[in-house]
Write a protein that binds this ligand. Sequence first.
Ligand code: SAH
Length: 268
Amino acid sequence: MYRDLNQIDYPRPLFSSSGIASLSYWCRFWLGLYLSVISSLSVPLLHADEYSGLRQQMIEVIEADVRETSRYLGTAALDPLVMKAMGNVKRHEFVPGALQRFAYVNRPLPIGHGQTISQPYIVAVMTNLLQVTPQSKVLEIGTGSGYQAAILAELVDSVYTIEIIEELATQAMQRFKRLDYKNIETKIADGYYGWEKHAPFDAIIVTAAASHIPPPLIKQLKPGGRMVIPVGSRFMTQELLLINKMANEKITIRQILPVAFVPLTGEH
Ligand code: SAH
């Protein structure tokens, strides 16, 4: 092992090869062992973080887009906690392998079955509109890759997410397990009907375009709660709506942005 050390050209200020060669046998042995352990440890660590620069660039692009659309959003900056979650979650873990290098471009990407992972800007804006707290219980309709659920999981107590395509749901569940998200529960079903067992929710987010606001979801929203949902048809402009259920159970609806989502499917 120590022999190899002489052939490696370490940076001069740290070691010169002649310096290593003149060390005693044991010194060289332990140094060699130490360096090989360090290098075997540092390879996966570097690898795990190779996207952090791109993730930071993505954050800056989202911030610029938010400033540009502040007229729609009513704010020029999103909640720092939402942006922190966007900076934490490794989007490349949620896209197919061949597309990983595009994971931090501010665009939707295909995830199979004709579905897409939403554009990061939209994920950040929708999350911000929900105004969640660390105590919140959130329902998501349209798990897809699981990215939006993971962003929410960084911010709230518990996330319940429903996906209608079995294979996507299964893949998302495996991801949540691998990435150690313990506060996300996933179900394969038509999300139009919500998740009665865990209702009421502090916030509901629908990530597929519905033709109308599903009444079961309104019912499962807590008084004081908020729902974000794109409404419209596939070939017409859809509108992102923010729905507030007031303490007296009255509903207010605000149009936020024109958007383009895949449709909410199912037999409902
Ligand atoms: N939130 C996802 C992206 C959603 S794409 C992410 O972060 O990756 C929309 C998803 O909604 C698709 O996976 C689609 O299969 C799912 N979907 C469509 N109709 C649905 C329904 N009725 N119930 C549950 N999921 C539905």
